[in-house]
Design a protein around this ligand. Structure first.
Ligand SMILES: NC(=O)CC[C@H](N)C(=O)O
Length: 371
């Protein structure tokens, strides 16, 4: 079915929808991963974004029940060169077009994704509208200009849970409120995990470290944390602009004065802001599975999975030491406190999708809690 993707700067692409009629909007970004479309689509950090995959063929291995990072598709649309409707893989239970249709999410193909990606690289990530049927591109461009910019958007409130839960046998299990210390299982170091739109592979890997976890919503206060007397705090990834999360930043600032803390991606940004840093929007962000990062504490280079549009700057803060840098653009990829057990990384050590080079992060976190 014929469709148009119209960008805010007036550029438009004729294409076809492989999910039937519809219309959607968001910020268009590109992801350079060759595989992993199911993990990408279900990653809550992609809320409000339409993902253009640079690899030309998507959907060839279908979708399955296991490779999900949350309980739904979170991205606003999937943009690809060609989507395969007849997958071949022993794990596949459904085709990618059927999966998107079932979740009411738009998928388009038959467009030059290479040209779109080069355009975004030169001019930056952009707001856009996708609509099927016969439309005047100028009218769609005008609509793209009325979409709120990613800067200033609180999307954590859209995806985060509103009540605490535990991770039981690979699934979230709601806790009765108010949560009391009786909720700890008694096995392993006790960790409060803040869920800002957490990827399930983070929970899987924290659980694999033998941590006793209570997962809490962003509104969980420092006082409520104190009542549970954990051994440490973990801050998750999540969508949107970190700078608008002022209440959470204040809570994390308070917690950082008395607990070991680790954060990934949005968690890294919130921690950076709470400890005196600033945040800014990257031109087109980092989205893919092949970003080289150098661990300055060991000198090792890891190939990392990344998904972020914002970045933090902690230069000049005496109490923070930069531990990781991105070798493509020298941006900050990780820091730690010089005297307290506090550390964070901007990239995704949990991968899903992506290489496993950075998984040591979870062992380092456990080590930090038990030392
Ligand atoms: N994956 C994430 O946690 C993303 C963090 C933040 N929303 C960004 O785009 O930079």
């Amino acid at each position: 079915m014929q469709a148009i993707l119209a960008l805010e700067d007036g550029t438009f692409f004729e294409c076809s929808s492989f999910t039937g009629p519809g219309e959607t909007q968001g910020e268009v970004i590109f992801n350079t991963g060759m595989t992993g479309y199911q993990e990408i689509l279900t990653d809550p950090s992609y809320r409000g974004q339409m993902v253009c995959m640079t690899y030309p063929l998507m959907g060839n291995y279908g979708v399955n029940l296991e490779d999900v990072e949350s309980d739904r598709i979170q991205a606003a649309a999937l943009i690809c060169k060609e989507c395969c409707a007849k997958p071949s893989n022993w794990r596949s239970t459904q085709s990618l077009p059927e999966y998107l249709k079932e979740h009411g999410v738009m998928g388009i193909h038959d467009l030059d994704t290479r040209a779109l990606t080069k355009h975004l690289r030169i001019h930056g990530a952009m707001r856009a509208v996708i609509a099927t049927g016969k439309n005047d591109p100028r009218e769609l461009v005008a609509r793209a200009n009325s979409i709120p910019a990613m800067e200033g958007q609180n999307l954590v409130d859209v995806v985060a849970p509103t009540s605490p839960y535990q991770w039981v046998n690979g699934h979230p299990d709601k806790l009765h409120e108010p949560v009391t210390p009786a909720a700890w299982s008694g096995c392993g170091p006790k960790v409060i995990v803040y869920d800002f739109g957490i990827k399930w592979n983070i929970l899987r890997l924290l659980a694999a470290q033998g941590l006793d976890m209570i997962v809490v919503p962003p509104t969980f206060t420092a006082r409520e944390v104190d009542q549970l007397a954990p051994d440490g705090i973990f801050l998750s990834n999540g969508p949107g602009d970190p700078a608008v999360l002022t209440r959470t930043i204040a809570t994390v600032g308070e917690l950082a004065s008395r607990y070991p803390i680790a954060g990934i991606c949005l968690g890294h940004q919130i921690l950076g802001l709470a400890l005196g840093g600033t945040s800014y929007k990257l031109k087109f962000g980092h989205h893919g599975c092949n970003h080289p990062v150098k661990d300055l504490t060991t000198g090792k280079i890891e190939i990392s999975s990344q998904n972020h549009g914002f970045c933090v700057d902690v230069q000049g803060i005496d109490t923070l030491e930069i531990t990781h840098v991105n070798l493509n653009d020298q941006t900050l990829e990780g820091f730690r406190h010089t005297t307290k057990p506090i550390m964070a990384v901007q990239y995704h050590p949990e991968s899903a999708p992506g290489p496993h080079d950075s998984r040591y992060f979870f062992a380092r976190f456990k080590d930090m809690l038990t030392r």
